[in-house]
Design a protein around this ligand. Structure first.
Ligand code: GLA
Length: 378
């Protein structure tokens, strides 16, 4: 990872231009010729709206300054895809028609199958991957890799796509190729977001608005040090529970329910009642949070973050004790709000912190939680 620090505690990362140059150089060094194109896409942290996206609901992710970049060029053997990453320090060869294998190059292969199949079948291709975005910490390195890959592929085929189309294709890589039944939030934030702004997205219609962040406050992403693997089953189990709740309520998606349905939801069998209650109340919290952000009402936003965490912990049951402790510690040290962010079962928290205390706050957090790491401050 390209990482330089101004402070020993708050990371800053190389610029996009440096990352692009880095990955183009890595390509040339590995394959002996320059790439034909370079593209990248950013990671995201979700500020509010967890597990609402595969229920047709609302989300409020923020685009990070850290990115995954890819360099793409022609190959030497029909159907073969050679991938090199300086993160893994090794090359890997796949065939364009192969199924997913659980290797990280699945994201490269799945994206190329959808966006670059013809050229890859004809002459093969070569890919170098570089990143300033830490992997496997719940800030969407896989979505960034898919979107970067699709951007590079469509630049070469001469058929550039709208951000929403790129996001839909990248989601298909997850759903149909990798087998992760996620919603569209991560891919959409990577494809359509702009740095340092929040994206208020209706995942049903894909209508969205970018919302400026609070003046005088930072969103800080803190990794818990607990690794999560979303394909391990618990995420899919939640998706299944939501589908069962829909069937019992007679609706197509939980988005079709509102706060007025909470009594009906309360009468569902355990745990469907809790799961549906989380989704419905979380959708309402996103609507309220987007309003609060536009009004500059940071106090209200912080309260909604705290409520969102409680709902994820108690109703949706996607938190783990280490994350609950981190959220409690964040609040004790003076955060205005804090919550689990991303798919859960480990990963990271996001906290809203007054800028004048950010540095001390970060220092106290890593002292108190030695396994934690400050991933981003925006
Ligand atoms: C993961 C998925 C997203 C979303 C979140 C939970 O990040 O990739 O689609 O469902 O979990 O909000």
């Amino acid at each position: 990872m390209l990482k330089t620090s101004v402070s020993d505690i708050i990371p800053t990362y190389d610029s996009r231009a440096d990352l692009h140059k880095h990955v183009a150089d890595a390509f040339e060094k590995q394959f002996g010729v320059p790439p034909e194109t370079v593209a990248s896409a950013p990671g995201r942290v979700n500020l509010l709206g967890e597990h609402t996206d595969y229920n047709g609901g609302f989300v409020l992710p923020m685009t990070l300054a850290m990115e995954v970049a890819v360099a793409l060029g022609g190959g030497t053997e029909s159907g073969a895809i050679e991938t090199f990453s300086d993160i893994q320090e090794q090359g890997h060869r796949r065939l364009i028609g192969e199924a997913a294998s659980g290797h990280w190059t699945d994201y490269v292969l799945g994206s190329l199958q959808l966006a670059y199949k013809g050229p890859a079948e004809q002459s093969g291709c070569r890919v170098a991957v570089g990143s300033t975005l830490p992997i496997g910490r719940g800030i969407s390195s896989s979505a960034a890799l898919e979107v970067a890959m699709i951007r590079a592929a469509t630049a070469l085929t001469g058929a550039p796509m709208e951000p929403a189309e790129i996001a839909k294709l990248a989601r298909r890589v997850e759903n149909d190729f990798v087998g992760m039944p996620c919603g569209i939030m991560d891919q959409f934030a990577a494809a359509a977001g702009s740095r340092g702004k929040a994206v208020f997205l209706d995942t049903r219609t894909l209508e969205f608005e970018t919302v400026p962040l609070f003046d005088g406050f930072d969103f800080v992403v803190v990794s818990s040090g607990v690794k999560h693997r979303l394909t391990e089953g618990s995420y899919a189990e939640r998706v299944g529970e939501c589908n069962r709740a829909c069937a019992a309520l007679g609706v197509e998606e939980l988005r079709d329910c509102s706060m007025a349905d909470l009594d009906r939801i309360g009468a569902l069998e355990e745990p469907l009642d809790r799961r549906a209650r989380h989704v419905v109340t979380e959708n309402q919290r996103v609507l309220n949070a987007a309003r609060a952000m536009k009004d500059g009402d940071w106090a209200r936003f912080g309260e909604l973050m705290v409520q969102s965490h409680a709902s994820q912990r108690d109703d949706y049951r996607v938190s783990v004790p280490e994350i609950d402790d981190l959220v409690a510690g964040a609040m004790q040290e003076g955060a205005t709000g804090a919550r689990l962010t991303g798919g859960g079962f480990g990963g990271s928290i996001v906290a809203l912190v007054r800028s004048d205390i950010t540095e001390t706050w970060c220092r106290k957090m890593v002292e108190q939680f030695p396994a934690s790491e400050i991933l981003a401050v925006s």
